[in-house]
Write a protein that binds this ligand. Sequence first.
Ligand SMILES: [Zn+2]
Length: 472
Amino acid sequence: MNRAPLRTAVAAVAGAALLSGCTSFVDTVTAPEPATVSSPAVRQESCPGRAEPDPDRPRVGLDFRLADDLRTVTGTETVVFTPDRPVEELVFRLVPNGPDIASAGSRLVVDAVRGDDVAGSRYESLGASGPGGGYVVALDEPLEAGDTTEVELDFTLTLGSGGFERVGSDEDVSWWASGAPLLAWEPGVGWARDPFVEISGETTTSAAADTTVRVSAPADLTVLMTGDQAEPTAPDAAGRRTWTSQEPVARDVSVAAGRFTTAERTTPEGVRVTAGALPGAEPTADELADATVEAIADLEEHLGPFPYGTLTVPQLPDYRGGIEYPSSILQASPSAEVLVHEVAHMWFYGMVGNSQYRDPWLDEAFATWAEALVHPSSAAELEPALGVHGDVGAAMDDFRTQRQYGARVYGKGGAVLLAAREAAGAEAFDAAVRCYVDAAAWTIATPEDVAAALADLPEARDVLVDAGALSG
Ligand SMILES: [Zn+2]
């Protein structure tokens, strides 16, 4: 998410004399490769290619209505769910009730639940604000693996204000990401009931889902959201337009509705990019669209093809950060580095999912690393972070402060991935990372998947083991 913690975190360790003899990352990332490294062409032959999404993945339909007050969203969510393990209930995560988001006035309430198999429902606290961070729908009888159930939830979302969060409102714009009950399913594992944490950072786990979105909003607003968007309807008698989108592999959804001017581009590989800028904003929509296309091209060189057919980038007021969602980014900074970081999340989080509670480094360290490959200034910033104390692979409950989380997961995590790349040779390491993202595409990856991809690069693996990212 929010790439902002990195600078604060790394600044905390820079000049603290924690390091001795550390080489410059600007130098090391451009150093010649060791001659012993096998060629990426050979290595690629053993790669399985990009995995297809699970044909039995959830099907999610989201129908949002932004009220004329621009602060309230009512909606209905339809979920068709076929678990790969037996279940007796469905568990949804109510992300807007997390402590940091709720403190800005946001709140998600489930108003009703329907379904042929539904026996009842209740909230669960999960350490969130009222009415709770979890919503459990009990089934009248156990659902076997491979069987299907369908439930429908009505909900009301209040958009808070006063800070940069994934749900909020400001002059000229309202936005909500993770704004509906999120099916908290980890295939092969079960329900993710991880507690919310006090520090700002993601803690969710959700499967890639075949998703459709519909948004009704006042006609003077432009909607930019997850998925391949169709043209909006003409304004109706009530002065509203309806926007729709489809994304067959969205593990969550972001929506922004604002007085955006938009600019559209298509990359050489056919990815449709739509950027939106608010009145008077810098960069302009055209500049933001160009920068996004450039970020995609720069990252594809290292990571392989962009995961989605579309990418929308609504630019919010400058809150000094950005938040990634599948095929959409809430870009709240003019920074090109932040933009690259969030685009990198389309691979790490969007396509290669992870438990953001259990393994936060799998998305944040890799996105920070990818940003550093594109921006040498970001690599230089990471230099002091190798000396940060503690395991890169820690879960979210291990961090006592925002600074500690940022320093270890973003800072040290990004730095050790650069060091692992240096140890193995850049081309061989990047090829192994491409193998990893292709093999783990549209799943919830684990550190074991990273270890498997690095099996032939023990020099790189050792660096990650030493940093506590991988187990030895
Ligand atoms: Zn991030």
